[in-house]
Design a protein around this ligand. Structure first.
Ligand SMILES: *Cc1c(COP(=O)(O)O)cnc(C)c1O
Length: 447
């Protein structure tokens, strides 16, 4: 699709709608002439060139990529109206779109009933899930693995509940033996399992943890902020089925459409299996809601103002690339194949080594024979890769502890307490055809 055409259409559609309300006089205080705008815009555009090429497959670093053009067109078109999805009065159209996309997400995870809404981010979505968990298990703590997103610990402090970090196995997944020991103490009310850890994309054993849920009466929250959409590929491309199937039994789920759902930032989502948890949000806003008797989005959300445009962008994207295996699933499948291919190339390489086999689309790798050397080489490759004038590559590093490193690679001299390894998130489908070149470049840099 031709984005410039559809951005022009966006302005035209908005003007046609605005015209139905009759003419009025624009205020001179807001007037900006095109000449002054051009000058400001030129320096603005220049400032924005200070960025990494997130759109290009030579950027294989963090979880960053531009939104799909359909998301941009949907977001911009709605933003011209600027609805606020806090309340139905804030924008009936985008509130309805939000309900529809949240239903699609719930269906994707196999939820038969749900209460849910979009959020500004995965962090806020997780905060909401932990807030509800605290209300249901007052005085009890929250357990998450040492590989869980760092904001779980932070949000436990915000909520005034005890957070407990549970050790992981040698693939970076929560150790359920250690979890059960903790649960026996009776101090835990909620267990957070991560479906796709942020560091290495490990899928924690959600299916096996379900038994502990019954035995110890704990809630299960699944943090699928990064990995959630991979449920579309369960059973395919070496992605197991069981943990994804078990998500349907979780008490709450978080997924970030602004990571793997092709959306601009400002789009997370939280889903609860039991709609009655809406009672915990009841508040007493002095502002009038004049259009609705049913719970509206602002009554089931901790945030107040929230971009209706975010729901619009996701809704329009899902019309074209729905959250199904044939739709959005094909976008993720290409990145997954790229990760598998790169892992193969690294295993055959004389210079690079795989840190562990990729479970989703994140590849961890290193060069060197001791932790201190590996750390130095990772830092050097990162720096030289992105400053190369001719053929740059943009990677990222991940710090791993010495013990965890030795569990995977006992032959590496443990002469430091940890090391940075190289990490690449292959979340653009274009990585699939570019991965051979990426590998060549990183091998050159390692040599
Ligand atoms: C990214 C991420 C988060 C935080 O989400 P934001 O949208 O960045 O706030 C939480 N959990 C996991 C597993 C993540 O990958």
């Amino acid at each position: 699709m031709d984005l410039s055409r559809w951005l022009t259409e966006a302005v035209a559609a908005n003007a046609a709608w605005a015209k139905t309300f009759g003419p009025f006089e624009p205020h001179p205080s807001l007037a900006v002439d095109d000449e002054r705008f051009a000058a400001a815009f030129a320096s603005f555009a220049e400032r924005l060139t200070d960025n990494y090429p997130f759109f290009h497959p030579r950027y294989a670093g963090q979880m960053l990529k531009p939104p799909h053009p359909a998301a941009v067109a949907g977001y911009v078109t709605a933003m011209l109206i600027n609805p606020n999805n806090h309340a139905l009065d804030g924008g009936p159209a985008t509130a309805a779109m939000e309900r529809e996309v949240v239903q699609q997400l719930a269906t994707m995870f196999g939820y038969e009933t749900h209460l849910g809404h979009l959020t500004t981010s995965g962090t806020i979505a997780n905060l909401e899930a932990l807030f509800v968990a605290r209300e249901l298990h007052p005085g009890k703590g929250v357990a998450y693995s040492t590989e869980a997103h760092y904001t779980h610990g932070r949000m436990c402090r915000v909520l005034g509940v005890d957070g407990h970090a549970v050790p992981v196995d040698d693939r970076g997944r929560m150790d359920l033996g250690a979890l059960e020991e903790l649960l026996r103490g009776g101090k835990i009310g909620t267990v957070v399992l991560t479906a796709g850890t942020t560091g290495l994309g490990a899928i924690e054993p959600i299916h096996e943890a379900s038994a502990l849920r019954e035995r110890y009466g704990v809630r299960i929250h699944v943090d699928a902020a990064y990995g959630g959409f991979f449920t579309l590929l369960a059973g395919d491309l070496g992605i197991p089925t069981e943990p994804w199937q078990a998500i349907a039994q979780a008490d709450s789920i978080v997924v970030d459409p602004h990571k793997h759902g092709l959306q601009p930032y400002g789009c997370g989502a939280v889903l609860f299996g039991d709609p009655s948890v809406g009672r915990f949000y009841v508040h007493d806003s002095p502002y009038t809601y004049f259009t609705s008797d049913e719970l509206h989005l602002g009554e089931i959300s901790l945030e107040c103002s929230r971009a209706g445009a975010a729901a619009a962008g996701l809704w329009l994207t899902f019309q074209l690339l729905p959250p199904t295996r044939e739709g959005l699933g094909q976008v993720l499948a290409a990145g997954r194949r790229a990760a598998l291919r790169w892992a193969e190339l690294i295993e055959a390489s004389g210079r690079l080594r795989l840190y562990q086999p990729p479970e989703l689309d994140i590849v961890g790798y290193f060069a060197g024979d001791s932790l201190s050397e590996i750390d130095a080489v990772s830092a050097r490759i990162l720096q030289e890769g992105m400053t190369d004038q001719e053929d740059p590559v943009f990677l990222s590093t991940l710090r791993v502890g010495g013990e965890r490193f030795s569990a995977r690679h006992p032959g590496i001299a443990a002469d430091a307490d940890g090391a940075r390894i190289l990490r690449s998130v292959l979340m653009k489908p274009e990585s699939e055809t570019y991965v051979e070149h990426l590998h060549e470049r990183v091998e050159e840099l390692a040599g």
